[in-house]
Design a protein around this ligand. Structure first.
Ligand SMILES: Cc1cc2nc3c(=O)[nH]c(=O)nc-3n(C[C@H](O)[C@H](O)[C@H](O)COP(=O)(O)OP(=O)(O)OC[C@H]3O[C@@H](n4cnc5c(N)ncnc54)[C@H](O)[C@@H]3O)c2cc1C
Length: 379
């Protein structure tokens, strides 16, 4: 039985696994997924309060936007996610959000990681967490993949869906397998950085604001605040609310090498200025997003990069998707929230300069490389 290893349990890896299974339902194929984290989601992660697991916060991606250009093409994906209750229309008030005409925003009642979990379940893949891939070797026509702890394992095909700088950190034969021209392309990919705070509250706590989320434009540190349960329409007397705070990219970049413990009080001070009287949370989670959103993708990217043909070693993810920005500096000018220019900035960004939303892009790209991977599984 062919063994396929997908590295990364974010949206790309999970959808890749599900689509591979859909393409080859009858084929004896073992799909294995490894992620270095302790759970599924990647940058679409949902954190739980240590005091009440029903009190959750989306620390990375906030919502999914379906743009008119993709409405027809991706109808089946959205229908599937809506039918399973994974997605629901975003109806809560978001202040400062700029919507492209004809686009629709969706939230995830169970948290943004439920998208990833939905695809992992569909795929039937064997998923292993705390499996940090460190080296990849070519041995006897198979890939031998080493992780930080435990024995190496062999696979017929390896699909890397990890951020591009983390692909470049991998050691072993892969270092020489990546051609110089590919290496240059990979090295040209850049990401923004930011911090996210999740504040978890006791049941019965009331946060008295008229909005569910807000884009902040006049603070040097904070760019976005969400009353996360309200954003997802899951207010309940059985668990407390949660608040998510995203810093701006300039703040994230300036404090990138700082300890989280030192950055957290700075963000909280700014939060106190913006929302004086905010109740004291029962716990706080601080997340550093070193690779937050792609500011420069692989030039004229085809959605994936084949590093080796037989056996197949392929990589994909948001670093490989087509960038729609008017030049690479646009996201830096949009500064605070480059990834989703259409909805992240109070000042509208020209349509041409807006970046496609991740799920839409990933679906396009993943389908391209799924057919690519399937060809190799079949042959
Ligand atoms: C703060 C923030 C806000 C965002 N807001 C939005 C939004 O509102 N809407 C939207 O659509 N998108 C948003 N995004 C972007 C979106 O989350 C990403 O584009 C998307 O998650 C990329 O998916 P991926 O699967 O390619 O990568 P990831 O989600 O990063 O998944 C990669 C996985 O690989 C794992 N990994 C890395 N290295 C290794 C290794 N060596 N071994 C094993 N595993 C490894 C990681 O643990 C991770 O789980 C946001 C992102 C951030 C950080």
């Amino acid at each position: 039985m062919a063994r396929v290893l997908i590295v990364g349990a974010g949206p790309t890896g999970s959808l890749c696994a599900a689509l591979l299974r859909r393409e080859l339902p009858q084929r004896p194929l073992r799909i294995v997924l490894w992620d270095k984290a302790r759970g599924a989601g990647g940058r679409m992660t949902t954190s739980r309060s240590p005091h009440n697991p029903r009190c959750t916060a989306d620390l990375g991606a906030q919502y999914i936007t379906l743009r008119p250009a993709y409405a027809l093409k991706h109808q089946s994906f959205y229908e599937d996610l809506l039918a399973h209750g994974v997605l629901k229309p975003l109806t809560a008030p978001v202040e400062g959000m700029v919507m492209e005409e004809g686009s629709h925003n969706f939230v995830t009642p169970q948290g943004i990681s439920s998208i990833v979990k939905h695809y992992l379940t569909e795929s039937g893949a064997d998923v292993f967490y705390e499996h940090h891939v460190t080296q990849i070797y070519l041995r006897g026509g198979k890939w031998e993949v080493c992780k930080k702890t435990g024995s190496p394992e062999q696979f017929d095909i390896v699909v890397l869906t990890i951020p591009v700088p983390q692909i470049l950190q991998l050691q072993g034969d892969i270092v020489n397998i990546i051609k110089e021209s590919q290496k240059q392309q990979l090295e040209s990919v850049s990401y923004s950085s930011r911090y996210a705070l999740g504040l978890f509250y006791e049941a019965g706590t009331w946060i008295d604001v008229p909005w569910a989320a807000q884009y902040i434009t006049n603070n040097p540190c904070i760019r976005f605040i969400s009353i996360d349960n309200k954003k997802r329409n899951i207010e309940s007397s059985e668990f407390g609310p949660s608040v998510v705070v995203h810093t701006s990219v300039p703040f994230g970049t300036a404090h990138l090498e700082w300890d989280k413990e030192k950055v957290q009080p700075i963000i909280l001070d700014h939060l106190e200025n913006i929302m004086p009287g905010l109740p004291k949370p029962t716990s706080i989670k601080c997340q550093k997003w070193r690779y937050s959103q792609v500011t420069k993708a692989i030039p004229s990217c085809p959605g994936q990069m084949t590093l080796h043909i037989k056996p197949l070693l392929v990589c994909g993810g948001d670093g490989f998707t087509h960038s729609n920005f008017d030049g690479d500096e646009v996201p830096i000018k949009c500064a605070a929230y480059p990834k989703s220019g259409a909805t992240r900035n109070k000042q509208p960004v020209p349509v041409k300069g807006r970046k496609k939303r991740v799920l839409e892009r990933i679906q396009v790209d993943i389908q391209m490389y799924i057919s690519h991977v399937t060809r190799f599984v079949i042959s």
